[in-house]
Every structure is written in structure tokens, then in C-alpha cells.
Design a protein around this ligand. Structure first.
Ligand SMILES: O=C(O)CCC(=O)C(=O)O
Ligand SMILES: [Fe+2]
Length: 243
């Protein structure tokens, strides 16, 4: 089967009603899941890329950005017109405003080794409205690195300053401790057992989220596509050198 054939087929058949359905699901449940978005063959190519990447990093946690993904297959997905269109449509239908040009802040996140702990259970809001997450590799044994999310706890802030205030409250030792305690079964926190090849979508900007750790010898690799910075035009953001 040609590469990404399943993904392209599903994407090109999406009606506006389907997109509304996805937006509704994210609003209601915090996250939408499309099973078997990638085929076993797609995952095979991505997994060889992941294992080569981890080897090069000395069996430690490593994150690659868009320009480091050539040959992974994830670059093809990020560049695909069908995949980009999903985000533009979900943005305009889900947020009720015109969608900006689709340029992803794309990451391949490979968790492994001793550094797993410091990269896990770090609750945060993303800087981008929509986040897509595709698990490439999830451990089959031991700790599986579930995804944790408290969905839709805030709206899109009108002002960059309010966004910074939210982030400051969250990025604080006490808040993180309280959230970690809630991770073991607290109200409002969803545990998602990730399945490789599924496509998960959520409002990353609006939702507090993170992942649980995996065992040191295991590998948990996730592909992330972040889209649409609500504060891209903020004067303050530019002045602070974050634009
Ligand atoms: O890998 C994950 O499960 C989540 C990562 C994440 O939220 C991020 O990189 O912004
Ligand atoms: Fe995130």
C-alpha cells in the first residue's frame, strides 16, 4: 500500500458535518480519536526513524522539530494538503473565526531512559489552539505513559498578558504538585491509553495536559502537530521577544 494512503483517504472524505462532529466531540469529551489513521506500514517507517534518533541521542529522551524530520514520514504528513485542510476547517468550524495559514509547530517527542521522569507529569497549556497527537510507539508492558488531560479549562484569551498569567499559575511547583496528586484518579482528569497510529485531536491552548512516565528501558514516541497561535499578532509578545 502506498505511504499514508489510509490517512489521505479518510481526510479527503471528510464533510463539514464530520468536522462539526469532531469539534463537538472535543468540546464534549476534551479529545477526539480517529482509530487506525496510520497503517502498520506508515508506523514501521516512523519507528525505524525513532529508533535511529534515540540511538543517536545516547538512549535518552529527545525531541525533534519540523526541520529535523526528513525521511521520518512525519514530514510528508505535515506537508500534506489534506492534513493541513483538516486543521483549517476544524479551526473555522470549531472556533468560529477565519483560519490562519496552516504552518505547523511540529515535534517528534521520544521519551526514554533516565530522563523520562523530568519530561513526564509536566502539566501545561500549549501556545497553539489545536493540537494533534499521533502515538508512534507506546510500550506494551509496564508503565505505558498514558495521556492526561483536564479539558477546556479556559477560553482563548483576548490578551497575551492573560495567557502569560494562566501559564505562570500553572508552571508553579505547588500547582504541579496538586495536579500530580489528581493524576491518580482526581475529578475532571481524563486518562487516555494511547494506541499507536490513532489520531487524537484536542484544544491544546484551552486544556491542561501532560503524559505519565514510562519505564526507563521503554520507548514512548509521539508526533505532535500544533497549529494557530492566538497571540501571533500580539505587540506585547513581540516586545518580550517571544513573537
Ligand atoms: O507526548 C505527549 O503525550 C504530549 C506532549 C505535549 O503535550 C506537547 O509536546 O505539547
Ligand atoms: Fe502539549
Amino acid at each position: 500500500m502506498p505511504y499514508l494512503s489510509n490517512a489521505r483517504y479518510w481526510l479527503s472524505g471528510l464533510s463539514d458535518g464530520d468536522i462539526r462532529g469532531i469539534a463537538h466531540k472535543i468540546n464534549q469529551d476534551g479529545i477526539s480519536c480517529t482509530p487506525n489513521f496510520l497503517t502498520g506500514e506508515d508506523l514501521g517507517q516512523m519507528r525505524s526513524f525513532v529508533s535511529a534518533t534515540i540511538k543517536r541521542a545516547g538512549q535518552q529522551t529527545v525531541s525533534l522539530k519540523s526541520d529535523e524530520l526528513a525521511g521520518s514520514g512525519l514530514d510528508d504528513l505535515g506537508n500534506s494538503a489534506e492534513f493541513k485542510a483538516l486543521f483549517a476547517r476544524l479551526y473555522s468550524i470549531g472556533l468560529g473565526r477565519p483560519a490562519p495559514e496552516v504552518k505547523f509547530y511540529q515535534i517528534l517527542r521520544c521519551l526514554t531512559g533516565k530522563s523520562v521522569a523530568e519530561h513526564s507529569l509536566v502539566f501545561h497549556y500549549d501556545s497553539y489552539a489545536i493540537t494533534a497527537l499521533i502515538p508512534v510507539e507506546i510500550p506494551e508492558f509496564g508503565r505505558r505513559g498514558d495521556f492526561l488531560i483536564i479539558p477546556n479549562t479556559r477560553g482563548i484569551r483576548s490578551n497575551y498578558l492573560f495567557n502569560l498569567a494562566d501559564k505562570a499559575v500553572l508552571d508553579n511547583a505547588l500547582t504541579q504538585r496538586i495536579l500530580r496528586r489528581r493524576a491518580s484518579g482526581g475529578a475532571g482528569m481524563k486518562h487516555v491509553s494511547m494506541v499507536p497510529g490513532n489520531l487524537y485531536l484536542f484544544w491544546g491552548y484551552r486544556s491542561i495536559h501532560t503524559n505519565e512516565p514510562v519505564d526507563e528501558g521503554a520507548v514512548r514516541a509521539t508526533a505532535l502537530f500544533h497549529y494557530a497561535d492566538p497571540h501571533a499578532d500580539s505587540y506585547l509578545k513581540r516586545q518580550l521577544g517571544r513573537g
